[in-house]
Design a binder for this molecule. Structure first.
Ligand code: NAD
Length: 463
């Protein structure tokens, strides 16, 4: 039998479950400060050094960060799961290798030139200085590493206010980045943080006179806070990505891709499939393929009500359910299922709370619609205007185009699992900061630079 993606993931999980990891040392000192002002000051000093370095020297630091991320992928994945209780070690390892391999470095810093009768004009990408970054608990070290690579490539240094629920993991990554810089001949404190991040330390950072740019990765609250700060903000906010399946899709492949994307790291990535909109003509076949071949467990009305009461207790997202696997979630409502169950599936109206809410857990509600126009309308409604991510399985170019225009998201994956959007089984670079709200889209080193025009009049055109 040919080896497929699910089989590889299952083997990775099995091997990891049987492995014993050495005790992880507490994160070292590099870049971790008691006080936010001290952290900004230290990052400012380091930025003065980085600013004077050649692009080649910056790239050496980034290469060292990539190498150390590969070396520490298992450790970072394990502390991440241990500390937050969310996601799974196997997928988190893959995410760290991905971020190390595919986050753009200095090659993303480019020059635009106009040369003609009146001389030579260049537009170059210069650093902002010290960037403030707020990071989520869902991809904690992945985001710290991804932001650091891009920001340092742009000639900046960075001060993080990481999510308090993932502080140990985030600080481990901060320390690792500074060790990489020192090993590559760079300065200490290229990435800094506070030992105990709070909303207050985040506010100090956002309002600090020496922080000209803030990159916020997280839910709507934090993005709104950053955009109200009076500073330039890059807002990478919440999503609720729908995946649409029409009659022209390869249904068997769609079922497999949707489930693989949905269960990746227990549905923590903001781009992951959160609900399905299926045309009536193929809905039954899709649900059959999801349950018969891809480890989906179909729940009825009573189980949906029980799950809603746990997952959205008192109408609020229960953080104890976020990033848990399907078997754990089912056990919370008294259902025991075999180990190959990976995803919970049910059919419902788009207003169903388990469908309309961004849950970040492997629960996929399926909304049945009569035709493609209703499918587009339903998916647009479910995306809630976040303009973040959406996906489609279709071979009809006109349908795909209509959907793409209507939903207007930063990411639209066609005929693949959602993670193809960040370079995992798809072309293109990786990022864990998708600036949906402010429009930069998938961020990379160039996003963290300012454009500067350099004009030489009537000279240096040598044509
Ligand atoms: P969260 O909003 O709970 O926390 C994000 C960060 O913001 C944390 O560091 C938190 O301490 C901080 N924070 C929250 N309110 C703040 C305020 N008023 N001032 C200063 N700091 C504040 O998000 P989370 O649960 O860690 O992550 C999940 C959410 O993030 C989901 O909505 C997901 O879609 C989104 N997300 C988006 C992206 C993206 O690239 N667009 C990536 C990952 C996660």
């Amino acid at each position: 039998m040919p080896l497929n993606e699910k089989m590889v993931q299952d083997v990775v999980k099995e091997v990891l479950a049987s492995m014993k990891f050495p005790e992880v040392e507490a994160a070292g000192e590099h870049g971790v400060f008691e006080d936010m002002d001290e952290a900004v000051l230290a990052a400012g000093r380091a930025q003065k050094v980085i600013r004077k370095m050649s692009m080649d020297q910056r790239e050496k630091i980034i290469s060292a960060i990539r190498r150390k991320t590969h070396e520490n992928a298992e450790t970072l994945a394990r502390i991440g799961v241990e500390e937050t209780g969310m996601g799974n070690v196997g997928d988190k390892i893959l995410k760290h290798h991905l971020v190390a391999d595919k986050t753009p470095g200095t090659e993303d810093i480019t020059t635009t030139a106009w040369s003609g009768d009146r001389g030579l004009t260049l537009v170059e990408m210069g650093p902002f200085g010290v960037i403030g970054a707020i990071t989520p608990c869902t991809n904690p070290s992945e985001t710290v590493i991804c932001n650091s690579i891009g920001m340092i490539a742009g000639g900046n240094t960075v001060v993080f206010n990481p999510h308090p629920a993932a502080v140990k993991t985030s600080l481990f990554a901060v320390n690792m980045i500074n060790e990489a810089s020192l090993e590559a001949g760079g300065p200490d404190h290229v990435a800094c943080s506070v030992a105990k991040p709070t909303i207050e330390s985040g506010n100090i950072m956002m309002n600090h006179k020496d922080i000209p740019l803030i990159a916020a990765t997280g839910g709507p609250g934090v993005v709104t806070a950053v955009l109200s700060s009076g500073k330039r903000g890059i807002g990478a906010g919440a999503g609720n990505p729908p995946v649409l399946v029409d009659e022209t899709a390869d249904i068997r492949k769609a079922a497999r891709d949707i489930v693989n994307g949905c269960v990746f790291d227990n549905n923590l990535p903001c781009i992951a499939e959160k609900e399905v909109v299926a045309l009536d003509g193929i809905a039954d076949e899709l649900i059959h393929d999801m349950s018969a071949e891809n480890g989906c467990y179909i729940i009825g009305k009573d189980e949906q009500e029980a799950l809603t009461a746990v997952v959205l207790a008192g109408g609020k997202l229960n953080r104890k359910c976020v990033g848990r696997d399907a078997r754990t979630l089912l056990s919370m409502i008294g259902i025991t299922v075999p180990p190959d169950i990976r995803c919970i599936v049910f059919e419902g109206e788009k207003e169903h709370p388990l469908i309309a809410t961004e849950l970040m857990m492997p629960i996929l509600g399926i909304v049945r619609v009569k035709d493609f126009d209703e499918a587009v309308e339903t998916a647009v409604w479910l995306e809630h205007g976040n303009r973040h991510s959406a996906h489609i399985h279709s071979k009809n170019i006109d349908n795909i185009t209509k959907y793409a225009k209507a939903i207007d998201t930063a990411i639209l994956v066609k005929n693949a699992p959602s993670y193809a959007a960040i370079g995992f089984g798809g072309e293109g670079f990786c990022t864990f900061t998708i600036a949906s709200r402010t429009g930069e889209g998938l961020t990379s080193a160039s996003t963290f630079t300012k454009r500067r025009r350099c004009v030489m009049s009537d000279s240096l055109c040598i044509r």
